[in-house]
Structure formats: C-alpha cells, structure tokens
Design a protein around this ligand. Sequence first.
Ligand SMILES: [Zn+2]
Ligand SMILES: [Zn+2]
Length: 145
Amino acid sequence: MATYYKCANCGYKIKLPFKSRSQVPLIYFVKCPKCGYLNVVTPNDVEEEDVFHFQCPVCGKALFVEGKPPFKVRCPLCKSVLEVDEKGNVKVIKKGEPPKIKELLALLGALARSENPLAGLLGGFFIGLLLESFLKYEGEAEKLE
Ligand SMILES: [Zn+2]
Ligand SMILES: [Zn+2]
C-alpha cells in the first residue's frame, strides 16, 4: 500500500490507487468500502506508506520511489543512476547525460541577450517559471534493483 486515506466517518483505512501523494488530484472522491461514506480527499489528507521522496542531485528533479531504501534508481529526466542508502542518503553512481534543462537555460540566456530588453525579460520569466514547475513536479524514479 503506497497511499491511503482514513475514512472521515468510521476511520477505516481506504486504499487509494496512487503511488505517491503528489499524484493525488486536488480534489478526489472516494467511497468508504466499509460504511459507504463519500469522502472528499485532498492531497494533504492522504497518508503515505513506504514512499521515498528525494531530489535528483544531478538535475534537481523532484522524485519518488515506492519502497524503503536502500535501492538503486534511475532519474527519468537525466538518466543518472543513483544509490539511496538505508539512511536515505543519495549518491550518484553514474552521472547521466546533461538534461534538457540545460538547453532551456541556454535559451533563457539567449533571450536575455536579445535586442528587445522587454522580450528578453518576459521570455526569461516564463522559461524560469516553466523550469521551476517542471522540476517541482514530482516524477517516479525507475527502480533498478
Ligand atoms: Zn467509513
Ligand atoms: Zn536527474
């Protein structure tokens, strides 16, 4: 069980079909299989079990893996192979290719240098926002063993 919600009416632990809290929609309805109560669930109400959250030390992408460390995982963005020990420390085993983020950042630099200062500013602003939300959006790391 990765995510569950305690029924607001009877306290029954309802299993949810999500691998991580970050996958739960902003509002989710779930009927309690025990008492039939229709629960309105938000991500903050969801409990997690055996889900490990971390950040890729190479590209900065937010990631999660099901299970308890130690394990070896691959970052879906930069393809780096990472090792997580029992204490949750993340070590880079094999550094992946430079992620597309680098290209975005290069573009950002190009826009900032463009003739029209306002276009550069706006472009940079939007790319910065995009980049930030992309890195913050949690992805699932591929488990290697
Ligand atoms: Zn219930
Ligand atoms: Zn990465």
